[in-house]
Design a protein around this ligand. Structure first.
Ligand code: PGA
Length: 254
């Protein structure tokens, strides 16, 4: 059985004071929802204070990005081992990183391998752009992102990856994918290549999330699909009621 998983990607939002106040409101309610693996991914500056507030709860902490090298002259970057001092999770290859910061399937692969070596759980994001979607290239793009982004991982650890299917056209647009479409993409272009690469058991045990305009109103519909194990939530993770309701919807899947 795959445990439902909901992560909040705060992106570049919240000062330390704002982060503290959001987390203080969320933790008492979220902590009670034990059926779901819950993760908050604040910006780097807020990781330490948020981590302090999550101490003693079952809510996990994640970062939104890191570099793959262990240390050295890489101004502005953060190493896997540094993230692992505070976090258990790391978002890798979010479409905003691919679009604005030139990340590629190859760099996603290096980061994913480095994350696993540092004992971090990577949340690897894949998904086609609007142009790719409209020209019918979803299958080709998503399966390539999986085959290259997750290649040559230690087979023992590959199953620890969490994958987020986030069609780029659905992120922050209010235009979510249909749940049937997301379910089919996950089944055919994420689990199938993963099974071919790492065996059926890994393909079936990796948690796969949907992301892109998930809200309290549509979450249950996504979680009703057999291949969708949870959500990577952007905008709605900044609102206590919305995020709590999404986690509660995921608990019903358990
Ligand atoms: P959104 O973002 O929920 O605001 O669409 C999702 C994401 O970027 O992970």
């Amino acid at each position: 059985m795959r445990k439902p998983f909901v992560a909040g990607n705060w992106k570049m939002n919240k000062t330390i004071a704002e982060a503290r106040s959001l987390v203080s409101e969320m933790t008492p309610i979220l902590g009670g929802i034990t059926e779901v693996e819950k993760v908050l991914c604040p910006p780097f500056m807020a990781i330490f204070p948020v981590g302090a507030l999550l101490q003693g709860t079952d809510i996990g902490l994640g970062a939104q990005n890191m570099y793959w090298e262990a240390k050295g002259a890489f101004t502005g970057e953060v190493a896997p081992g540094m993230v692992a001092e505070f976090c258990m999770y790391i978002i890798v290859g979010h479409s905003e990183r691919r679009t604005y910061f030139s990340e590629t399937d190859e760099t996603v692969n290096k980061k994913t391998a480095a994350a696993l070596s540092a004992k971090l759980i990577p949340i690897v994001c894949v998904g086609e752009t609007l142009g790719e979607y409209e020209s019918g290239r979803t299958a080709e793009v998503v399966s390539r992102q999986i085959r290259v982004g997750l290649k040559d991982l230690d087979p023992e650890f590959a199953a620890q990856c969490v994958v987020a299917y986030e069609p780029v056209w659905a992120i922050g647009t209010g235009r979510a994918s249909t749940s049937e479409n997301a379910n089919a993409v996950i089944r055919d272009f994420i689990r199938k290549p993963l099974s071919e690469m790492y065996g059926e058991q890994t393909g079936q045990s990796v948690r796969v999330l949907y992301g892109g305009s998930v809200t309290a109103a549509n979450a249950a519909e996504f979680f009703g699909q057999p291949e969708i194990d949870g959500a990577l939530v952007g905008g709605a993770s900044l609102k206590v009621d919305e995020f709590v309701a999404i986690v509660q919807a995921a608990a019903k899947r358990a």
